[in-house]
Write a protein that binds this ligand. Structure first.
Ligand code: ADP
Ligand code: MG
Length: 314
């Protein structure tokens, strides 16, 4: 102690040897050289996600993180989307939304990566088919409530997700899920209440409400429609032979390109919907149907869904 005091006094007397405070380290900036790839986690339309260890000490004690980058072929046209995704995710704090951790800048170049928390059990689409036996209907309903809570929060921030689907919901553990992938998320202007798509190539059509397909308009209620399709996926345990795409294609016949969307629109306008999956209780199917009302205004809201789904769990 005496020595410390002496040094302090020395510093006071002689400012030139006073220890400089260490430079403020920004915990959201990850250095590329410390990011060690462990394995691939998955990929979607534009991006690819890897499990990495951030190990500045180089002794394998560093934390595991999920690192999202754009596929090389998309780097040019999608980089504004990834930076938008980063900006949106940065400002979201909810237990059912994947947590943003930071970014990693590519040396010299323009490219960068999104660093987020690692959600260990992968997407519901990978998880559910393998854990059918240990996942009860009550658990599926609990996941559904959690997704709705994340979506209600997102809506309260005036964002529309536009890509809600089981492949974009991540499993933290047997009891908890989080919404991931905000790549298509858009901010809605308060006065308009919807977002207009300019790029039709990125539409996951079988999850889309009629107004998205016909007018390229996205409302909060369009996310509710997609939630209904996601609920359908959950109840089928993401069995690919019953997937929304498989079912709709069975209904409209297998066609090419634009014809598919045209026939899908016709089918929806005729009031036809995905069927009630085997083993799906009638009240749960009724909720799906409330998500799939033709007019956006007539659909149930996320708040309404939380209420009804919570009641069903008891
Ligand atoms: P894209 O925008 O290309 O669709 P996603 O963000 O959906 O990319 O990620 C693709 C896949 O990577 C997901 O379906 C999931 O399996 C996996 N993944 C994404 N983020 C994480 C994460 N934070 N932790 C674990 N796995 C993840
Ligand atoms: Mg995705």
């Amino acid at each position: 102690r005496a020595i410390v005091r002496d040094i302090d006094m020395l510093g006071e007397q002689n400012p030139s040897i006073k220890p400089k405070p260490t430079a403020e380290v920004d915990p959201t900036v990850f250095e590329k050289r410390f990011l060690k790839k462990v394995r691939d986690l998955g990929e979607g339309h534009f991006g690819k996600v890897e499990l990495c260890r951030y190990d500045p000490r180089g002794d394998k004690t560093g934390e595991l993180v999920a690192v999202k980058s754009l596929k090389p072929e998309n780097q040019q046209e999608q980089s504004t989307n990834l930076s938008r995704e980063i900006d949106i995710l940065k400002a979201l704090f909810h237990e059912n939304i994947v947590r943003y951790k930071g970014i990693c800048q590519e040396e010299g170049g323009q490219a960068f990566k999104l660093i987020m928390e690692y959600v260990p059990m992968g997407s519901l689409k990978d998880y559910l088919p393998r854990h059918k036996k240990d996942t009860s209907l009550a658990t599926l309903l609990s996941y559904s409530v959690q997704i709705c809570k994340g979506m209600e929060y997102l809506g309260s921030k005036n964002y529309i997700h536009r890509d809600l689907a089981a492949r974009n919901v991540l499993v933290e553990n047997e009891r908890m899920v989080k919404i991931g992938d905000f790549g298509l998320t858009k901010s809605i202007k308060d006065n308009e209440g919807y977002y207009t798509v300019k790029d039709e190539n990125d539409s996951p059509v079988f999850w889309y409400a009629p107004e998205c397909l016909t007018q390229c308009k996205f409302y909060l209620a369009s996310d509710v429609w997609s939630f209904g399709v996601t609920l359908y996926e959950l109840i089928t345990y993401c069995d690919s032979s019953k997937s929304p795409m498989t079912c709709f294609l069975d209904m409209i016949g297998r066609t090419q390109g634009q014809m598919t969307v045209m026939r899908l629109v016709k089918l929806l306008n005729d009031g036809r919907r995905l069927p009630r999956p085997d083993g799906c209780p009638e009240p749960v199917y009724e909720l799906m149907r409330k998500c799939w009302e033709q007019k956006p205004d007539s659909r149930i809201t996320f708040t309404g869904l939380i209420k009804e789904l919570s009641n069903m769990q008891q």
